[in-house]
Each structure stands twice: as structure tokens, then as C-alpha cells.
Design a protein around this ligand. Structure first.
Ligand code: AMP
Length: 112
């Protein structure tokens, strides 16, 4: 499958990795939109949050258990934002589920 984040998860394309385990990978966004901008992705391909089912959702729990650890390690002690974009209207550009972890400054209140 020609999927950028599958290739990053497989180590075929380099990334600025900040965390990795058997199920997920976190790496710095190549075009950061905040002082800290990390993406956390499941290693197994899931197209988006809209493709989460009972059969593949265990990794979502795992990712949300991992996010506080990643955020702490990145120095996000005063809060942060977790976002996932879905589909065309959500402006999802990479069709592999990923959660943006944004922080390091007071973020804008508006989300859309
Ligand atoms: P989204 O628009 O929600 O699909 O987010 C995709 C994100 O992936 C964007 O913030 C991009 O800057 C980021 N991105 C694209 N290619 C890479 C890459 N090779 N390494 C790290 N981040 C990337």
C-alpha cells in the first residue's frame, strides 16, 4: 500500500521519532503549526477516525494511554491539544489515522 505513514512506521521513510512501541509511533510533524507538534499514529493502517471499528479500536485506547507520556516528554506541562482530521471537509491530507499533539504556547480558541 502506498501510504506515507505506513512507510514511516516501517522505517522505510525517516522521521524525527520521539516514541515507539509495538503498536504506535510518534514523530515530529514536518511542518509544525505550534512550538511542539507531534503526530502519533497506529502502526497498522487505519485510514482515519471514520474507519475505527470494534475490531481495530484497541489501538486507539493504547494511543490515548501513550499521549500523556509523549506530551510530558515533550515538555507540555501546561496543556496541549489533540486533533484528528477526517476526510475532505476535515482537511485530512494523509489517509492514515494520526493524532496531532500541539502545544508549547497558548493555542487559538477557534477550531473551525
Ligand atoms: P492532516 O492534514 O491532518 O492529514 O495531517 C498530516 C500532517 O502530516 C501534516 O501536518 C503534515 O505536515 C504532516 N506530514 C506530512 N508528511 C510528513 C512527514 N514526512 N513527516 C512528518 N510529518 C509529515
Amino acid at each position: 500500500m502506498d501510504c506515507l505513514f505506513c512507510k514511516i512506521a516501517a522505517g522505510e521513510i525517516p522521521s524525527a521519532k520521539v516514541y515507539e512501541d509495538d503498536l504506535c509511533l510518534a514523530f515530529r510533524d514536518i511542518a509544525p503549526q505550534a512550538p511542539v507538534h507531534i503526530l502519533i499514529v497506529p502502526k497498522a493502517h487505519i485510514a482515519s477516525a471514520d474507519a475505527v471499528t470494534k475490531d481495530n479500536s484497541a489501538v486507539i485506547t493504547h494511543i490515548f494511554e501513550t499521549i500523556p507520556e509523549v506530551a510530558r516528554a515533550a515538555g507540555l506541562t501546561n496543556g496541549y491539544r489533540v486533533i484528528t482530521n477526517v476526510g475532505e471537509d476535515g482537511c485530512q491530507s494523509v489517509k492514515h489515522l494520526h493524532f496531532h499533539i500541539l502545544g508549547g504556547k497558548k493555542l487559538p480558541e477557534s477550531m473551525g
